[in-house]
Design a binder for this molecule. Structure first.
Ligand SMILES: [Zn+2]
Length: 417
């Protein structure tokens, strides 16, 4: 997923799955909870958000400036004090150390209570998560992103009669229809948009169910099975509500960063040192909290995605082939990136984790009465792809065609199907 606030435009409404009864129940251990969800519906705690997230997002830079000025002014004020006055304040702090410690403990307890009281259980995985935004607020943000994408990529929408579009529609439809018993699927109006950008190997799904695929991704996914694995992953982000989770978590991390800014400029002796201190603190925060959490969500989307794809009878072994190809491309482009400084697991890590989950996914696929896996294992294609890359043949892969954008009014009103 590109991120909640990276948005393009979407096009046609391809299918609205209305309320349908659960179909084949899941039996595998990782999906036991899902059976209950299909039968019982959502049982999450209601998120409580005092301030709409969009306001917090807009306020973010303002609050950073306020924290910076507060810290810096405190430092100036402290330095301007005569020595005896400073000693007087220090002695007052020592006298009241227990009161100060008590105040700190109460504040910490309140912050902890705030955190715990905003935990909810994610229905598909059963994982507890922090949430301060309501589904309605996320829907509104999603709509804003959708509109932003409409503007940003206005001239790059592939029309619905193009083979690229029909391919994505075919694969997405297969995934969603196979998993239509999930409330997270049938309560959304799903749309598909293919964006013409051969250099962009990406796809994402907005929280409202707007699927976006770049032509660069379609060129890499040489089979429907591979595309099924990619869309399974992206749709999983949507079904698991990762966008809302990210927004909540970003607010939490932003609060910590505001404290860091204020402390850095209050304590450290110069602006340069404060900037350095803050950069180190923010980097440590990212490396220890932000990035690992983001990678956790990616792994979760991989795990759920492979089961969505198995339910739709895709050849789940294609996930390994896809990530192996991505790894080869990545090595070619950016050979030295570090996983612990990344929001996504490395392609090798993903490949290894999916390899572990593969037997379970294949069993699940069999349980869903899918036809036998094809005799030719998609993983056999990895070596030929490597050779093609080495020979420079990847440069001649088919690329997207720049097409005239069809009538956008029809898209906006959802007339096409
Ligand atoms: Zn992802």
């Amino acid at each position: 997923m590109l991120g909640l606030f990276r948005f393009a435009r979407s096009a046609t409404r391809f299918r609205q799955i209305s309320h349908l009864p659960p179909v084949t129940p899941f039996s595998r251990r990782t999906f036991e909870k899902r059976t209950q969800i299909a039968e019982c519906g959502f049982h999450t705690t209601r998120p409580r958000a005092a301030i709409p997230p969009i306001i917090l997002i807009v306020l973010r830079p303002v609050l950073r400036v306020v924290a910076f000025l507060a810290g810096r002014n405190f430092r100036k004020w402290w330095r301007s004090l005569p020595k005896d006055k400073r000693q007087y304040y220090w002695s007052r702090i020592k006298e009241n150390k227990w009161s100060i410690a008590g105040g700190g403990a109460i504040s910490t307890a309140m912050a902890y209570w705030f955190y715990v009281s905003h935990l909810e259980v994610e229905p598909i995985t059963g994982r507890e998560r922090f949430s301060i935004v309501s589904p309605k607020q996320i829907q509104e943000l999603s709509q804003l992103e959708f509109q932003a994408i409409c503007v940003e990529f206005a001239n790059r929408i592939i029309p619905t009669h193009h083979p690229y579009y029909t391919r994505v529609k075919r694969v997405a439809n297969r995934l969603l229809l196979a998993n239509k018993h999930l409330p997270q699927v049938y309560t959304k109006t799903w749309t598909i948009t293919v964006l013409d950008d051969p250099g962009n190997m990406n796809a994402f799904v907005l929280p409202n169910g707007n699927i976006f695929v770049f032509t660069g991704m379609l060129n890499i996914c040489t089979t429907d099975d591979e595309l099924g694995m990619v869309l399974g992953h992206e749709i999983s982000h949507c079904l698991l509500g990762h966008a809302g989770e990210n927004v909540s978590r970003e607010h939490l991390l932003e609060s910590i960063k505001l404290v860091l800014i204020a402390l850095a400029w209050a304590i450290l002796p110069s602006d340069l040192l404060s900037l350095f201190g803050y950069s180190v603190g923010a980097g440590a925060l990212n490396a220890t909290l932000r990035y690992p959490y983001s990678r956790l969500l990616e792994n979760e989307a991989d795990q759920v995605g492979i089961h969505l794809a198995a339910k739709a009878c895709f050849d789940v072994r294609a996930a390994i082939a896809f990530w192996a190809k991505m790894d080869l491309i990545h090595e070619y482009d950016q050979p030295s990136s570090l996983e612990w400084l990344s929001t996504h697991p490395s392609h090798k890590t993903r490949q290894a984790k999916i390899e572990e989950q593969l037997p379970d996914a294949i069993s699940f696929r069999k349980y869903c009465k899918c036809p036998d896996l094809p005799a030719r294992d998609p993983r056999q294609e990895i070596e030929s792809f490597r050779k093609s890359m080495l020979e420079g043949m990847h440069k001649t892969m088919p690329v997207g065609v720049v097409l005239v954008v069809p009538d956008m009014a029809a898209y906006a009103t959802g007339k096409e199907s």
